[in-house]
Design a protein around this ligand. Structure first.
Ligand code: XMP
Ligand code: MG
Length: 184
């Protein structure tokens, strides 16, 4: 689904499907170059990172395997508390592996800080992060993020895996919502 299919739901487009695809190809080549000769274990964070993972993997030439985690932030509201509950853990042992965490978006950075700390305790050879979007103005928990798709303003965005109330993940462009969507 594109923004033009239901234009009334959106305020403005940050990135089109084409811009996202082109940036994914750039990041994929960078990762391939950095990991030359190594096998990567890509760890996707459900559900938001599904689109990024699917496109990034297919644009890469490195040997890789894939695993998934699902986490949820404790506490009410839209802001994460930094206390993270694991809803679905990895199925693979990561001891000695080169891990690349694939995340949809970094807001405060609290979720990923917890995740990195948790995975580090399992003794991998290395851990790096690829985040499709990052909000530099919102970061309270500085993280070493090796690969970023786009740095964006501190506003709520949907599309390319990102949702509002579980909707709009299938939007191929990335956009902000029109105010009436929040009000209904
Ligand atoms: P923290 O603050 O821990 O939060 O970095 C990261 C998680 O918050 C969600 N998030 C968003 N989801 N549009 C969304 O659809 C946004 O603009 C947005 N900002 C943060 C997301 O689940 C992410 O994993
Ligand atoms: Mg998420």
């Amino acid at each position: 689904m594109r923004v033009s299919d239901i234009p009334g739901d959106f305020d403005h487009v940050l990135y089109t499907e084409e811009q996202v695809a082109s940036r994914i190809r750039e990041v994929a080549s960078q990762i391939d170059a950095d990991y030359a000769g190594r096998e990567i274990l890509m760890v996707g964070v459900l559900n938001g990172a599904v689109m990024t993972m699917a496109d990034l993997c297919r644009a890469m030439t490195s040997h890789m395997s894939m695993d998934w985690m699902a986490v949820s932030s404790y506490g009410a509201g839209t802001k994460s508390s930094g206390v993270v509950r694991i809803l679905k853990d990895l199925t693979k042992d990561i001891d000695g592996r080169d891990i690349l965490i694939v995340e949809d978006i970094i807001d405060t950075g609290l979720t990923l800080s917890y995740l990195v700390q948790n995975l580090r305790s399992r003794n991998p050879n290395s851990i790096e992060i690829m985040a499709m979007f990052r909000k530099p103005e919102a970061v309270t928990c500085p993280l070493d993020v090796k690969y970023v798709g786009f740095d964006i303003p501190n506003e709520f965005v949907v599309g390319y895996g990102l949702d509002y109330a579980d909707r709009y993940r299938n939007l191929t462009d990335v956009a902000t919502l029109a105010p009436h969507v929040y009000q209904s």
